[in-house]
Design a protein around this ligand. Structure first.
Ligand SMILES: NC(=O)NCCC[C@H](N)C(=O)O
Length: 410
């Protein structure tokens, strides 16, 4: 029986993917909280939804099964005890382990059907939605003007990040910023309790109960034994050691390539500057490379007695050639390497391609210089609409969590 999660490469034909259609959470973002919510602008929801539906239809037309995160979550919470346990934990992680607000929120959320409850938690709960008789001193004195009891999760449509499929398993991620941490609680319940995944042998390579940080945008499955990861704003080096240890112990993975990228918002994850699109082709944002084309890269292999051997290299192209057994790797620069076009298109995720089969990708239409260059390099490009979705600072790879890909034939 095939595992419900099976991803042994970045490029194998995509069979099943998990998305989240942006919902009311987008309309709960306002200028004062933009920065903390990790978005740079407020997408116009009706158009963002149209664009997202177009993205999902583009995938379906290629025969890809599209699953929705919020629906999987609601299916996982059908049992009333499971739902209660989930709600207690979600409320605690939202700042209410007990007390009047906890009780009022719980009563309010339980008055809805399960799907509406999940959608509401993602959307956020405003203070004026419920009547709380007694609130804490902190809420009365410090948080008086803050409009939410539960914050919205406007980044939920970037399903790449709270979790990542590797082989027949998954990492359920402890994310860097508070604004996104609760997203992976849904994943935990989906894997444990949704009938599609529960008791099906899905290996959790690393759960969300760690202090060290990791996000799926940094996790790239290059082959059935090589895993690449960004040392980035969102993924810490100690988390990389931990995931390497777990993969080396219990899986086929024998090589982890950790690439050090700038720690800033525009390049927050490895997949905003580097993605695999064919056996021997990658997109790369030229600004992660120095003037000699070098970038700090660390190769991790299993050593003696459970130790990990680490080698420092800077020649990424050769590292990839050796690790993948490819004689020549073609690194395709975002925006053709132009000093204005490259950062402009990277800002709107020109490097953030979703590969749906070897040499076949989905990209945002707005990055036309990068897209033309991909075509010149022989890549089949499906463009999707991107005026509103791009305002959340993520592209087609960020908006998708592959669950099943065909193994590579080669
Ligand atoms: N893999 C990705 O790069 N995801 C994009 C996440 C964007 C979101 N606004 C964030 O800052 O987390």
């Amino acid at each position: 029986m095939q595992s419900p999660i099976h991803v042994t490469s970045e490029i194998g034909k995509l069979k099943t993917v998990m998305l989240h259609r942006p919902g009311h959470e987008i309309e709960n973002v306002y200028p004062d909280i933009l920065h903390r919510m990790l978005v740079d602008d407020i997408p116009y929801l009706p158009i963002a939804q149209e664009e997202h539906d177009y993205f999902a239809d583009t995938l379906r037309k290629q025969g890809i099964e599209v699953l929705y995160f919020a629906k999987l979550a609601a299916e996982a919470l059908q049992d009333s005890q499971v739902k209660d346990k989930f709600l207690e934990q979600m409320l605690a992680e939202s700042g209410y382990a007990a007390g009047a607000v906890h009780d009022a929120l719980k009563e309010y959320l339980l008055s809805m059907d399960t799907q509406a409850m999940v959608d509401k938690i993602i959307a956020g709960v405003r203070k004026d939605e419920i009547d709380v008789k007694f609130v804490s001193l902190a809420e009365m004195a410090e948080d008086k003007d803050y409009p939410f009891f539960m914050d919205p999760m406007p980044n939920a449509y970037f399903t790449r990040d709270p979790q990542a499929s590797i082989g027949d398993g998954i990492t359920i991620n402890h994310m860097t910023f508070k604004a996104r941490r609760r997203e992976s609680l849904f994943t935990e319940y989906i894997i444990k309790y949704n009938p599609r995944f529960a008791n099906k042998g899905v290996h959790v390579w690393r759960d969300r109960y760690h202090d060290t940080r990791i996000e799926g945008g940094d996790e790239l499955v290059l082959s059935d034994h090589v895993f690449a990861i960004g040392i980035s704003q969102r993924t810490s080096a100690d988390a990389i050691m931990d995931i390497a240890r777990n993969l080396f112990k219990d899986s086929n993975y024998d090589t982890v390539i950790a690439i050090h990228i700038p720690h800033n918002h525009a390049m927050m994850h490895l997949d905003t500057v580097f993605t695999m699109i064919n056996y021997n082709q990658f997109t790369v944002h030229p600004q992660i490379l120095d003037e000699n084309g070098k970038v700090d890269t660390y190769i991790l292999h299993p050593g003696k007695d459970g130790e990990i051997e680490i080698k420092h290299r800077t020649d990424l192209q050769n590292v990839l050639e050796e690790a993948l057994g490819e004689p020549e790797i073609d690194l395709i620069p975002t925006g053709n390497g132009d000093p204005i076009v490259a950062p402009r298109e990277q800002w709107n995720d020109g490097s953030n391609t979703l590969t749906i089969a070897p040499g076949e990708v989905v990209t945002y239409d707005r990055n036309y210089v990068s897209n033309d260059l991909l075509r010149k390099h022989g890549i089949l490009v499906h463009e999707v609409r991107s005026s509103e979705l791009s305002r959340g600072r993520g592209g087609p790879r960020c908006m998708s969590c592959p669950l099943v890909r065909e193994d590579l034939k080669k």
